[in-house]
Design a protein. Structure first.
Length: 162
């Protein structure tokens, strides 16, 4: 009696290869998607910290300046202008002393958007306070996550929350 032995096959079938390629593409797509979201979140956190630092710098600069001679004590002495990026352009902030003098500026990442008031000017008094309460919402074009920066009127104190 003779037994017929089946020849052993070497390699993979086309279906097995396609399944492996599909799974690798799926995993790679998830990694890239989540990695991009992480980068956007870091850029948003960086922008919020930069705006917070600019506000604190403006408050500190204001407390070191006196209103111009003959002006009331509640006259603004420092102006902080925040401009949101639009159309892929970078946003910016500009700190200037009223009546001339020092000016400083910074940039915000192009994916960052200031919502609510995309172009906002904060006028600081020589006490370090502001003429009103301000709320600045920092968001990204690519995520639904937002960071809120609240600035108190009398003290100019800053609170950041997500």
């Amino acid at each position: 009696m003779s037994t017929y032995l089946r020849p052993t096959r070497k390699g993979f079938t086309m279906v097995e290869l396609l399944v492996v390629i599909f799974l690798l593409a799926l995993v790679l797509g998830l990694v890239i998607f989540n990695g991009r979201r992480g980068i956007d979140n870091r850029e948003q956190d960086k922008a919020a910290k930069e705006i917070e630092s600019a506000i604190n710098l403006a408050r500190q600069t204001a407390t070191n300046r006196m209103p111009p001679a003959g002006q009331p004590a509640n006259t603004p002495v420092v102006r902080l202008a925040l401009v949101s990026g639009t159309g892929g352009a970078e946003g910016s902030w500009t700190l200037s002393t009223i009546g001339g003098g020092n000016e400083q500026a910074g940039r915000l990442h192009r994916s960052i958007q200031l919502t609510g008031a995309p172009d906002l000017t904060l006028n600081f008094l020589s006490t370090g306070g502001l003429s009103a309460n301000y709320t600045i919402t920092v968001g990204s074009f690519n995520t639904n996550r937002t960071t809120t920066i609240s600035v108190k009127q009398l003290t100019g104190g800053v609170t950041v929350s997500q």
